[in-house]
Design a protein around this ligand. Structure first.
Ligand SMILES: N[C@@H](CCC(=O)N[C@@H](CS)C(=O)NCC(=O)O)C(=O)O
Length: 206
C-alpha cells in the first residue's frame, strides 16, 4: 500500500495528501516532521537525505519533493482525471506548480511563521507585513488567469491547481489583510466543494 510520511499541517505534505485523496487512493499515513520528529533518524534520512516531508513509498519506489509526488500520483493513478495527456495543456497546468513553489513559498514562510508558527514574542510584524504584501502582489497573476478559465489546469480541475490551492487555504484562513480577488475567491469556493480538498487541506495550520 502507498505510504505517505509527513505532518498534516505542512503545506507541502497537504499537496501529497490531497492528490492521493482526489485519486481515492488508500494509503498509510506516517506522521513525521516538526514536533513529531522521525525526520532526523537514519531510517528516514535513507528515504530522504534532505530530512524533509513529504516522502512517499509506492511499491518500493521512494519519492520526495511535493510537486514531483503530486505529478507521479497523477501520472500513475490519475490518467483522464488529474493527469492531462496533451503535453502542451499539461505544461500549461504544471507551470502553476513551479510558479507556486518559486514565487509564493518565500512570502508564505514569512506570513505563516510570523503569524502563527513562532512563539508570540519571536514574531516580527515587519517580516509578516513583507510577506503579506509580496504574496498579495503575486496573486494578481492567477487572479487574471482565473478570469478566463475555471481552473488553473484549464477547463477541468487538475494537478496545476494543487499547490496554489494549498497556499490559498492558509492565506484565506490566517488573520491578515487580503485584497479583493473575485476570480481567485470563486475558484477557492469551487475547491472547497471538493471532498478531497475539505479532507486533506482544510485542516489546522498549526
Ligand atoms: N521542496 C520540498 C520542501 C519540503 C519542506 O520544506 N518540508 C517542510 C514542511 S513544509 C519540512 O519537512 N520541514 C521540516 C519538518 O517538518 O520537520 C517539497 O516541496 O517537498
Amino acid at each position: 500500500m502507498l505510504k505517505i510520511w509527513g505532518r498534516p499541517n505542512s503545506t507541502n505534505v497537504k499537496k501529497a495528501l490531497w492528490a492521493a485523496a482526489e485519486l481515492d487512493l488508500e494509503y498509510e499515513h506516517i506522521i513525521a516532521g516538526g514536533a513529531h520528529g522521525i525526520v532526523d533518524t537514519p531510517e528516514f534520512r535513507a528515504l530522504n537525505p534532505n530530512g524533509l516531508v513529504p516522502v512517499i513509498e509506492d511499491d518500493g519506489f521512494i519519492l520526495w519533493e511535493s510537486n514531483a509526488i503530486a505529478r507521479y500520483l497523477a501520472a500513475k493513478y490519475g490518467v483522464g482525471k488529474l493527469w492531462i495527456d496533451d503535453a502542451a495543456r499539461r505544461a500549461d497546468a504544471e507551470k502553476w506548480m513551479d510558479w507556486a513553489s518559486t514565487t509564493l513559498a518565500s512570502p508564505f514562510v514569512d506570513i505563516i511563521w510570523h503569524t502563527v508558527r513562532l512563539p508570540e514574542d519571536k514574531r516580527d510584524p515587519a517580516i509578516k507585513a513583507r510577506g503579506v504584501t509580496a504574496f498579495a502582489k503575486a496573486l494578481e497573476v492567477p487572479e487574471k488567469a482565473l478570469s478566463g478559465q475555471p481552473w488553473l489546469s484549464g477547463a477541468e480541475f487538475g494537478i496545476g491547481d494543487i499547490p496554489l490551492g494549498v497556499f490559498v487555504y492558509a492565506w484565506m484562513e490566517l488573520p491578515i489583510d487580503r485584497p479583493e480577488f473575485p476570480h481567485l475567491t470563486a475558484w477557492y469556493k469551487r475547491l472547497q466543494e471538493r471532498p478531497a480538498y475539505a479532507r486533506s487541506v482544510m485542516t489546522p495550520l498549526t
